[in-house]
Ligand binder design. Structure first.
Ligand SMILES: CCCCCCCC/C=C\C/C=C/C(=O)SCCNC(=O)CCNC(=O)[C@H](O)C(C)(C)COP(=O)(O)OP(=O)(O)OC[C@H]1O[C@@H](n2cnc3c(N)ncnc32)[C@H](O)[C@@H]1OP(=O)(O)O
Length: 281
């Protein structure tokens, strides 16, 4: 994919300074040359639905951030009210056989890249973050969320089951008892509830404040040996990463089998209709 490079002047909390910015249609990477922190912004209107292209783009941007020696990665959204609406249901509803395989493989790749990233990661959750959106946020090491939005793994409410590795990310943030209950209920948490339970680490009043708090978190590693930090993080996350790495073919087949069940297709169709009806009103 062609990626246009440009240098731009952007305002930020500590004043305007130069950032190196790489833009594709679906994500933007901006590296602040003072802090060395990269901001990875999802930009797929209307709701940052995670489709094949966005997932591939995310993975490519994560690799680029690791390759350019950034000091950390902040994941956020260009949409002022939606971090990500999760997986694009259109990829799973009446799917094309080859595309849906590529889609799930791209999701596995994106998760492995983000959860296993060697750089410190934080999510500035500047909007709603259901299901796959929550997966991305909980794959990061730190979360800062803006008020009056919701976050959670709501899969059971859609009649689908969050795979084990979705649960792994959730479990790396929440105590097992809370995680199990929330997943079984398909519960969406408000910002206040998420803060209270520990699903997010901090609340912020504005996106700028959220980005600043994420940068402060990444700054806490300034005096830590980066190789020791990265290896320590990898050791913590190795079991979950290895599990998906070793079972990804079976995971794909399980997904395909599940998603092709007539009852699941029917449920997704009804859910899509309800979303579209709501959007019209
Ligand atoms: C035994 C083991 C078996 C293992 C099998 C594994 C199977 C597991 C498979 C998958 C796991 C699934 C993970 C997911 O992420 S599923 C997606 C879940 N997401 C949601 O439920 C969110 C749905 N969306 C919303 O709640 C809202 O849209 C919102 C809060 C994000 C934003 O609200 P608002 O700003 O009011 O926008 P609209 O609702 O009006 O939406 C605008 C537009 O976008 C469409 N849309 C919204 N979300 C999605 C989506 N996730 N996918 C596709 N399209 C979406 C919506 O329909 C509107 O469209 P329009 O009418 O054409 O404009």
């Amino acid at each position: 994919m062609m990626r246009s490079k440009l240098l731009s002047l952007v305002p930020c909390a500590t004043g305007p300074f130069r950032t190196m910015s790489t833009t594709t249609k679906l994500t933007t990477v901006e590296v602040n040359d003072k802090t060395g922190i990269a901001t990875l912004t999802m930009n797929r209107p209307p709701v940052n639905g995670l489709n094949l292209d966005l997932l591939r783009d995310l993975r490519q941007s994560i690799a680029e951030i690791e390759g350019n020696k950034s000091r950390g990665l902040i994941l956020t959204s260009s949409n002022p009210t939606i971090f990500s609406a999760g997986l694009d249901i259109m990829e799973m509803y009446k799917p094309d056989k080859e595309r849906v395989r590529a889609f799930w493989t791209a999701l596995q790749d994106a998760w492995l890249a983000l959860y296993g990233s060697s750089v410190p990661t934080a999510a500035a959750i500047n909007g709603h973050s259901p299901a796959g959106g929550c997966l991305l946020a909980t794959s990061c090491e730190y979360r800062v969320m803006l008020p009056k939005f919701t976050i959670g793994l709501n899969e059971t409410k859609l009649g689908i089951v969050a795979p084990m590795w979705f649960m792994s990310s959730f479990l790396s943030v929440l105590p097992r008892r809370e995680a199990e209950r929330a997943l079984n209920q398909g519960r969406m948490f408000t910002t206040d509830e998420a803060l209270q339970i520990g699903l997010v680490d901090e609340a912020a009043g504005t996106k700028e404040e959220a980005l600043e708090k994420c940068a402060q978190f990444i700054g806490t590693f300034a005096k830590v040996n980066p190789i020791a930090r990265a290896l320590t993080k990898q050791q913590f996350r190795a079991a979950e990463l290895e599990q998906l790495e070793s079972e990804r073919a079976q995971d794909l087949e399980k997904f395909l089998f599940f998603i092709n069940q007539p009852a699941v297709q029917k449920g997704l169709g009804i859910y899509l209709e309800s979303l579209k009806k709501k959007a019209k009103n």
